[in-house]
Design a protein around this ligand. Sequence first.
Ligand SMILES: [Zn+2]
Length: 299
Amino acid sequence: MGMRARVLMSAVVLAALIGSVIAPPSKAATPLPDPARAGFADRLYRLDCGHSLANDESVWTPGENVGRPIEFSSTCWLIKRGGKWLLWDTGVPESALNDPKGWSTLPQLIVYHLDKTISGQLSAVGLKPDDIQYVAISHTHGDHIGNVALFPNATVLIQRVEYEWISSPDGPNANVNQLKALARKLMGTPKHLQLLDGNTDVFGDGSVTLFPTPGHTPGSQSLLVHLRKSGFIILSGDVAHLDANFRNNVVPTLNTDKAASIASMEKVRTMMGTYHAQLFINHDKAQTDTLKIIPAFYD
Ligand SMILES: [Zn+2]
């Protein structure tokens, strides 16, 4: 190799190295699993990640229930597969614990309360935050990313579109702009960040798949998990907040894209058919209250 070629070569290597330092690693999109061949996760635990009171249900049901208060659940999920653990969403910040004033993402609309910490609930099954390998984020609203900083050694899995959106210029909806500002603060810059470009088979065997369900936010995602006894379960993220909204294609006013929101609900319905899957809706308190909670689990 001549001198000039060698210089060029080292410039290319250097550029590649710099690129890998600056850009977080990404995972190439994968197809959705074959329902007959998908591997199995071992356990799915529900964690209580808070509950909230909003003063105007019509934000979630436009034109109806104006001025009516509504209570929502906030749910995180813990998945065990082999010796690895994945946490789905991180809930309301632990600093809100037992604070009678509560904590808020949009103080004029909604207040969250936290009765139990994530770390306390993890310790109930013998885990410390450092035992969690993956923290997968449905989307960047504060009630889903409030405790990302508790897991500095986990790989954070988030759709690239979502991560880039929170740093994009503000739009016309003041509530949405306020949520983005809070998201930047709570997300910080995770040490191990993996940006996703579509469907992502986390363990490479179809047991846990993240799939885009945009509309609530531009890079929202949901999670499909496969269990031996329970079969397939879809964890909603905020593709819908209430079962009635999901059944009737009702889109909250806070969502960034109404058509995409409806398409995402239709996609989830199609997948529920393909996989004979149940749908666990994060914020639907009536449903959430019927589900098992840690240390009980689905397997
Ligand atoms: Zn949300």
